[in-house]
Design a protein around this ligand. Structure first.
Ligand SMILES: NC(=O)c1ccc[n+]([C@@H]2O[C@H](COP(=O)([O-])OP(=O)(O)OC[C@H]3O[C@@H](n4cnc5c(N)ncnc54)[C@H](O)[C@@H]3O)[C@@H](O)[C@H]2O)c1
Length: 274
């Protein structure tokens, strides 16, 4: 569809949801795509229509991330690494046990750092490449009911923007790190959250289809940018709340009421938001 991609693309958490949609959009754009996921069987099945290249990968395993990066580099060169794998736990943090809090941080923040550093170990010496980190609007603003998740995503934004600056300071002009911050997406991550008041923050805006977000990801892969929100106006809105935390706190009951209305709307609509 577009010019041939400079190397392969690796997508983590690609067995379903947004990851599989991103793999499909990149495949359609001409990238050889290596789909990875902690669920080996599901990712092997998912990879079928997109070239059939898959590997089991738990992003918490630093050495395994490095091995996947080396495999992709050996086969096509590594052009793009998409840190998409993520988990969501809802409810007040005091209701989670320590293992749950640790798992969210390990997958969403440390896992994405493992992926980024594995990719950069290849991209820095080769002099080009792009790490695309799938964050969330919860990486830009506090999300009541999703606080540990939001903390993990804030960590990823800080890491991504900071490491991009470090790359420039080290003279790497053609190695890029981008953050993609979507609103709620109708994927398995939210399919069981329609009756959960603590998950209302995910339904306060426009519930997106994975295909729409994946198209934006493929465009971002062609043209890296530090932080991109989907939709753009929601990024501006949550950044305003972030800048005015006192006002945001006062508005929280109203915002969450809008989220509960979004959950009811989606229940009426059924499983397809388009
Ligand atoms: N769904 C949303 O509303 C939404 C909104 C904004 C951002 N996001 C982000 O988009 C990304 C994709 O989420 P999704 O909505 O497709 O969720 P999903 O639950 O549908 O898919 C997540 C995938 O990650 C995999 N995974 C989980 N732990 C893993 C690990 N340790 N190593 C490797 N793979 C692992 C799962 O097996 C699954 O295939 C996540 O980073 C999520 O935080 C989602």
């Amino acid at each position: 569809m577009t010019k041939p991609a400079p190397g392969a693309a690796v997508v983590t958490g690609a067995a379903g949801g947004l990851g599989r949609a991103v793999a499909a959009a990149l495949h359609a754009d001409g990238w050889p795509v290596l789909l990875t996921d902690v669920d080996a069987e599901a990712v092997a099945t998912a990879a079928g229509p997109f070239g059939g290249w898959s590997r089991p990968l738990d992003v918490r395993d630093e050495a395994a991330c490095a091995a996947v990066a080396a495999e992709a580099a050996g086969r096509h060169g590594l052009g793009l690494w998409v840190n998409n794998a993520g988990i969501l736990v809802t409810g007040p943090a005091w209701e989670h046990d320590a293992a749950t809090r640790r798992r969210v941080i390990e997958v969403n923040a440390l896992g994405a750092m493992n992926g980024t550093l594995a990719a950069l170990a290849v991209m820095r010496p080769q002099g080009h490449g792009h790490v695309l980190n799938v964050v969330s609007l919860a990486g830009l603003v506090a999300a009541p009911g999703e606080t540990v998740y939001a903390a993990s995503k804030h960590a990823l934004v800080a890491f991504s923007i900071g490491i991009q600056a470090d790359l420039r300071l080290a003279g790497h002009r053609d190695v890029h790190v981008s953050c993609l911050c979507p609103d709620g997406i109708w994927t398995p991550m939210l399919h069981d959250k329609l009756d959960e008041p603590a998950a209302a923050a995910s339904f306060t805006g426009t519930l997106l289809s994975p295909e729409r977000v994946a198209r934006r990801a493929a465009r971002l892969a062609r043209r890296p940018r530090a932080v991109v929100s989907v939709p753009r106006w929601r990024g501006a809105q949550v950044r305003l709340f972030d800048a005015l935390p006192g006002a945001a706190l006062r508005l929280t009951p109203l915002i969450l009421a809008a989220g509960r209305a979004g959950q009811r709307r989606q229940r009426r609509r059924g499983r397809d938001p388009r």
